[in-house]
Design a protein around this ligand. Structure first.
Ligand code: ZN
Length: 143
């Protein structure tokens, strides 16, 4: 076991995210507005376009990809933590094209909401602070 924390459950928000908004920014904006410092989230809906990335483990860098077409959000799951005192939303998304093919990856800014329903569960009595990890090159939870 690498490390863990035990949290208790806080508020559960059911949110209709704004049409035309940026998905990642809207999630972050809601969390900041409501004072959610730690949490877990799920979103389904549809996007007008999407920007996602893949983490190249050898290069230790994110490779971005954009899709300029409407797609369904089959699943978008993630968490809310803190990095250097700021709220950080880490989310992954699976999207379906019209023909049913799927693409997915790490959710980036530049994903435009057509419609999006989010369930956001706040976690209490836990600090989900991230710090740089040399081994992976990622900002991981300090647990
Ligand atoms: Zn990621």
């Amino acid at each position: 076991m690498e490390g863990f924390a035990e949290a208790s459950l806080g508020r559960l928000f059911v949110v209709r995210l704004p049409h035309g908004g940026d998905l990642l920014e809207s999630i972050k904006g809601f969390a900041v507005e409501r004072g959610v410092e730690a949490g877990v989230l799920w979103v389904i809906g549809a996007v007008r376009k999407a920007s996602i990335s893949f983490y190249d483990q050898a290069e230790k860098s994110y490779v971005k990809q954009s899709f300029e077409e409407p797609m369904e959000i089959l699943a978008c799951t993630g968490n809310i933590g803190r990095l250097k005192g700021e709220t950080l939303v880490h989310a992954h998304i699976t999207l379906a094209k019209r023909n049913g093919e799927t693409v997915g990856g790490h959710l980036e800014e530049g994903t435009t909401i057509f419609s999006a329903e989010m369930f956001l569960l706040e976690l209490k009595n836990v600090a989900l602070n991230r710090e740089y990890d040399e081994t992976t090159g990622l900002n991981l939870f300090r647990l």
